[in-house]
Design a protein. Sequence first.
Length: 544
Amino acid sequence: MSDTGIGESIGAQAARSRALAVLRTRGRALAVGLLPAAVAVVLFAGGVSGHMSGEAWSTARWAVGIFAAVVLVVAAVVAAVIVRASPALSPTVELSERAAPDLYRLVRDLADRLGVPAPSALALTPDCDSWLEDRTHPAHAIPGARRRRTTQAPVLVIGSPFLWWMRVAELRALLAPVVAGTGPSAQPDIAAARRFVRGLDAAVAVGASPGRGAIRAAALGFVGRVARLMLHSCQSHAAEMERGVAVAASERAQAVDYGLRIVAQEQVGLAYAGWDRLLTRVALPAWRMGRWPARLDAGVVSALTELSRRDRLAEGFTSRLGERPACDLLEEPGAIDEAASLLAARLFHGGPAKTSPDWSPVDWQQYPEEVVDRKWRTEAARLHRVLDELGVPQSTGPDGPTLDRVMEHLSGRGTDTGDHLAAGITAHVAREEEAALPVAKSPGDTLAGWAADPLPLFPLQPPRTGRELLADHVTAMVCCAAVDTAGAVPGLDWLDGPALLIRGERCGDLTTRVLSLTEDGDAAPLRTWIRTLGVRPEKPVRLV
């Protein structure tokens, strides 16, 4: 095999061998479709020559001919669906060369050093991952991109958190083995095998989608079953082919920034941890309230810096912040960060594609006031609405929502009165979430290759249990009381999300005391805590 970007390495040879195995599956499927036609041709040729005469042969000829025609039509339909079906694309933020000329230049220089074709375009994903994605299907043409280059090389998708956390040299080292994978796109056998597998995968999806009308649904279902059968017969070869491509790319990239790549991989592990905490602890509470943090990638720097400070294994990593960050390769990093943050909200929470009164961005400076405080007061109000529905009387003292009312209701009641309260809160939350679902469905609100759906494609957390919701709501009520009567303020912890600050210090010992009340009916630990901090549980709090 000639050098086409992956060389004569063992991995390259294995990849091509598996590609040929995939193509043999395609060849066998083609042979099955053509076999009845070949038999019919033989029978008709025998009749013309006089070697197969008689009524029996005539009947056989027409029977086989009709069967062959039906098989050819079915095969043509299956082939057309496989060829024309558009594989789903990964939801990304497209990055034009005008928006990131320095980043494009870095990737092209890297491809030149590796001796492989440069990616046809760049895109960002709101996750800690990077890969190559083939978009040669006509439906996947990139607006403004040159068609000739688009059909030659895949698109390089880069994890947006990497751009903000990693330094330029680290990003180049991290991308080296990924960019090296563009070589197989110039190898005809591997490229053809990939197109065949992607077509099968797309045809399976088409067959599983609901059709318009019974006949169309039955036809698409049959095509989907045929495609699934072929995909099953070649999927092991396809997996081994991709494994060989990865090995070949890794071997080719070893000579490029090898020492830096080790450091970059360490940063990847750190980025995964900090990004996950930022999404689940910081972004998710805002998303649930109809607000989406507009600078998630900038926030990941703060989160990972905080993680480095807390984790002794990460000591010294913050010294890297003096070096040039990779986001400097973008012309307008703020606008790119905002687009990636909105896409993250759509993928992980199911939010709509555009800003609206019920779905608006929030800056980090506004987060404590507009998200944390509002979250606490909204949950506290919901808690008291459920208490009203259960007929729980107001506590002694001034009328209004007080912390005393909550503690007195839960004190000494054990698990069962808590269950009623948890069930009521769960019902309220479910109704509110159901009412909010249509907001995510707006005209044209679709991701490339994905249907418009208010549900998240990749949910961050499983649904919360009633007990978890109860603990959250009681905690919110305690925080409201602390803010209104003890001078506490809402705050933001980059790794843990909403935080209660008293005299500038975060209160980190509230959870266990709340659980003692909600799980065991024991209010003593919580009463001791609020008395120490000067919280007045008998005073009404402000709700929303």
